[in-house]
Design a protein around this ligand. Structure first.
Ligand code: UD1
Ligand code: UDP
Length: 439
């Protein structure tokens, strides 16, 4: 089996790293394609060094650009590579333009696509990420959903349940493994952080989402909030998009002049984990950080009005604060000064698995390939129609047997008003089910 793995941005490199390790462990043939969406050393190469990743087989060097321009360039270049390499399967991750391009090109070439971190939804079509991930989730061959919630999202949108696997998130694998390696000694190389890491009341701040930083009002709002947080030491590794926006809106100097805000370059993964481990609180609009916070037991306030990681909020580790100044300041004070509140957030249970997601994912791909299931082909039997039905099941029967008996595909099971993903051995007695009747 020849696997092509696509990545291009910082979080894709980090979260795909455990899968790359696992594919090598199993001695499978792997081709790495880096789109070049992120290209600064701080956003790209330093993660290859920290995570000891091999150099990509192809760097498509697409660089930055408007969505159409960037996605178009990627597609053109990815297509050439896939035609040349003829892989059996393509892996894409998450919701970036790199993932969308890889998915579109591979699907049109009838190369099966596996979507890692599938099924996340914020239910806001105003962000490029939501558009990308919904497009990708239309027709992959395998979907690796981090949680039951994300699996349910896919199932309700009509993805066949046998293509969906709840695997946890590879961020747990990479985060926990690398946490064991961190130590203050590593900071000899990073003078900026070495001078800051022993400060009190550290708040790690990251912000980069287009809807936040390309909007003068919300960026101004954030800077206003930071001005009032004098009791804390805010360490702010600035994403290049954010740095450019701060300069464009004349906010960079204002921020730079605040003694308690320490703006630094984006950090490598080990340095960043060390910073997180020494932080009392995280303020962010990052997706990955919402996951890492609950894995590392650090309270987090998310600077967004919605989240594609609702599990972290339900678990109690993450609070959505939007851009409401008073709310952010009040909650920050509570968390820094009230141990009970901070501890309650720290004790929230990580919903993303126990660190073996990459192994699960690669095993599932291998298994599907060996069973000859990983291919795109037309159906052999005539299918006249699909009828969507809801029934209450009265008999003692599990999902697998019900589907077989009724030529059905169950999308969702309702058990006392709680939605459940239809796993094979779930007993359906006295539960409502929504299913497709295949005619
Ligand atoms: C992208 C992803 C986003 C992800 C983020 C991770 C999309 C649509 N967005 O957003 O989902 O959360 O990566 O960080 O794919 N730039 C540099 N150097 C770099 C990279 C970017 O200067 O190495 C600057 C450029 O001015 C560029 C801007 O940052 O225009 C934005 O980069 P881009 O990759 O388009 O989007 P991100 O905001 O990084
Ligand atoms: N990260 C890092 N250095 C930094 C900031 C973030 O290594 O200076 C890591 C962080 O630990 C997480 C990932 O980058 O794993 C998140 O990336 P980002 O916030 O850019 O993207 P998102 O997760 O929002 O897509």
């Amino acid at each position: 089996m020849k696997i092509v793995l696509m990545f291009g941005t910082r979080p894709e490199i980090i979260k795909m790293a455990p899968i790359i390790d696992e594919v090598f462990k199993k001695s499978l043939k792997l081709i790495l394609i880096q789109s070049g969406q992120h290209y600064d050393y701080e956003m790209s190469d330093q993660f290859f060094e920290d995570l000891k990743l091999p150099s990509p087989d192809y760097n498509l060097s697409v660089g930055s650009g408007k969505h159409g321009e960037q996605t178009g360039k990627m597609m053109e270049r990815i297509e050439k590579v896939l035609i040349e390499e003829k892989p059996d399967v393509v892996l894409v991750h998450g919701d970036t333009n790199t993932a969308l391009s890889g998915f579109l090109v591979a699907s049109k070439l009838h190369v099966p696509v596996c979507h890692v971190e599938a099924g996340l939804r914020s239910y806001s079509n105003t962000t490029p990420e939501e558009i990308n991930r919904k497009m990708i989730d239309v027709c992959c061959e395998l979907y690796f959903a981090p949680t039951e919630e994300s699996a349910i999202n896919l199932s309700l949108e009509g993805v066949s349940r046998e293509k969906i696997f709840i695997t946890g998130n590879t961020i747990v694998d990479v985060c926990l493994r690398n946490r064991l390696k961190i130590s203050k000694k590593q900071l000899n190389k990073n003078h900026e952080l070495r001078n800051l890491i022993n400060l009190d009341n550290i708040i790690t701040l990251t912000i980069h989402r287009a809807e936040n930083v390309d909007n003068k009002k919300s960026l101004n709002n954030i800077v206003d909030v930071l001005c009032e947080m004098e009791h804390a030491n805010i360490i702010f590794p600035i994403h290049p998009r954010t740095k450019k926006a701060l300069k464009r809106f004349d906010l960079y100097e204002k921020l730079f002049n605040l003694n308690h805000v320490h703006s630094i370059n984006p950090l490598g993964y080990l340095d960043f984990l060390l910073l997180l481990s020494n932080s009392s609180l995280i303020l962010t609009d990052s997706g990955g950080l919402q996951e890492e916070a609950i894995i590392l037991n650090i309270p987090i306030l998310t600077l967004r009005n919605n989240t594609d990681r609702p599990e972290t909020v339900t678990a109690g580790g993450n609070i959505l604060v939007g851009f409401q100044k008073e709310k952010i300041l009040k909650l920050t004070n509570c968390i820094l000064n009230n141990e009970d509140i901070a501890n309650k957030m720290k004790n929230a249970k990580n919903p993303y698995g126990n660190g073996n997601s990459a192994e699960k994912i690669v095993d599932i791909i291998l298994n599907s390939y060996e069973n000859n299931e990983l291919k795109i082909e037309s159906v052999e039997n005539i299918i006249n129609n699909f009828t969507l039905k809801i029934v209450e099941v009265k008999e003692n029967i599990n999902v697998f047997d019900f589907e077989k008996k009724n030529n059905a595909k169950i999308r969702i099971v309702y058990d006392k008003n709680k939605s459940k993903f239809p796993i094979n051995d779930l007993n359906l007695k006295n539960k409502f089910i929504l299913y497709d009747q295949i005619g």
